[in-house]
Design a protein around this ligand. Structure first.
Ligand code: 7TS
Length: 406
């Protein structure tokens, strides 16, 4: 993989921040965008902007073709059977909320169980808390091992015949844990439950085959995979999506509207009420073209090298606590002695190094780790081992700066 050539596709990376070349290590929060994505959105607004699925004028047809063409690109990217199973929305959060509000409220009742893990992002906790409150179902947590992994044995113990939904992150945005979602899907199905995979940190970094994983739902966000903000995807198996009620009602999603009753369009439009995120979907299509050109396997291999290099080198820093398992995705969450992670990230920023600090929308996991917050460096296809050298150097300087605290 020619990382230098890849970096040239990302104009934002070519700048100085606080007098230093930018070292962007916050791709788990949002990735940067290549020129082809920026241009696809620009071209759409310059030449083709129109609403979709309405009227018959030329711009409308072009916009519809581009929008539906992007859906086909997503279908191929995740190997779904049909574009009917690819719903465009605002992102992972919206996808999980759709499944919770629709499938969850329709199918769960007292005595049923929802199984999640303590490593989930708030987006994959709160919707299920709400379903549990509204239906009387019980929310259960699979335990975590001390390194922040789940075992299949624990999955088998936690998922029972009463479990109706299992919802789990493909990859933890804090620990970098890569969960065995294919095996957990099998356990869920053996118990008659459906499985939703939160793919926010999975889809950007590895080849996703929803048929091979055999997950019933897979939610992800365009902005973390080189696409624009505001666009996301919910994949769902047709048999479930067909039986689910829409959660947003209005234009675009209806077939017939009578005075007191209405009927819905077929999939996937039933779940796309209102004017959709047209430019976002087109941008996501361009992002998928870009990722395919680089190759998802190449991206994964590159990130594995970065993750190993980061672990090896960060470990040489005394007083740095690293959280999560050895075998991990390309992100490292840490704390430097008693220095508050906000202070660590502020000092790093003064050297042009962008990392995220805080609870990472995973407060239950912070409690499990027994910390209030952490700092996190996360990597993507445009990062290099030199970026990690800068991070290590920056942390050593941070340590020096806060010497009296440490
Ligand atoms: N699930 C996981 C595992 C995530 O990492 C995130 C975002 C979401 C869901 C929500 O995605 P959204 O696009 O709907 O907001 N994670 C992060 C992060 O780690 N730092 O900023 C956002």
């Amino acid at each position: 993989m020619d990382v230098k050539a890849i970096r040239e596709q990302f104009p934002i990376l070519n700048q100085e921040v606080n007098g230093h070349p930018l070292v962007y290590l916050d791709s788990s929060a949002t990735s940067q965008k290549p020129l082809s994505v920026i241009e696809a959105v620009n071209d759409y607004y310059r030449h083709d902007n129109s609403n979709v699925h309405r009227g018959v004028h030329t711009l409308g047809s072009r916009a519809t073709e581009l929008y539906e063409g992007a859906r086909e690109k997503v279908r191929r990217f995740i190997n779904a059977d049909s574009t009917a199973e690819v719903i465009f929305n605002r992102g992972t959060t919206t996808g999980i909320n759709t499944v919770a509000e629709s499938f969850g409220l329709q199918n769960l009742t007292i005595g049923d169980e929802i199984v999640i893990t303590p490593m989930e992002h708030h987006s994959n906790i709160i919707p299920w808390q709400q379903v549990a409150k509204k239906t009387g179902a019980t929310l259960k947590y699979m335990p975590l091992q001390s390194d922040g992994t789940v075992t299949l044995e624990d999955a088998r113990d936690t998922i029972t015949a009463n479990t109706k939904v299992v919802a789990i992150a493909h990859v933890s945005n804090v620990l970098g844990t890569i969960n065995p979602v294919k095996e957990i899907a099998k356990i869920a199905h053996e118990n008659g439950a459906v499985i939703l995979v939160d793919g926010a940190q999975g889809a950007p970094h590895m080849k996703i085959d929803v048929k091979d994983l055999d997950c019933d739902f897979y939610a992800f966000s365009g902005h973390k995979m080189c696409g624009p903000t505001g666009i996301g995807v919910l994949y769902g198996k047709k048999e479930y999506l067909n039986a689910m009620d829409p959660v947003e009602f209005g234009g675009e999603m209806i077939d017939f509207v009578n005075l007191y009753d209405s009927t819905w369009k077929e999939l996937p439009w039933k779940f796309e009420g209102g004017t959709p995120i047209i430019a976002g979907a087109i941008g996501l299509g361009a992002a998928i073209d870009f990722l395919n050109e680089v190759g998802m396997d190449n991206i994964l291999n590159h990130e594995k090298v970065l993750a190993d290099y980061a672990m090896k080198n960060l470990r040489t820093i005394d007083d740095l606590t690293i959280y999560g398992p050895e075998n991990r995705a390309a992100l490292v969450t840490f704390n430097l002695a008693d220095v508050h992670p906000h202070d660590t990230s502020t000092v790093l920023d003064s050297f042009g190094i962008a990392v995220r600090a805080g609870h990472h929308c995973a407060q239950p996991l912070m409690r499990w780790l027994d910390v209030t917050a952490t700092a996190r460096a996360s990597f993507y296809l445009y990062n290099t081992t030199e970026d990690i050298d800068h991070l290590v150097d920056g942390l050593l300087k941070t340590k020096e700066y806060f010497g009296d605290v440490i």
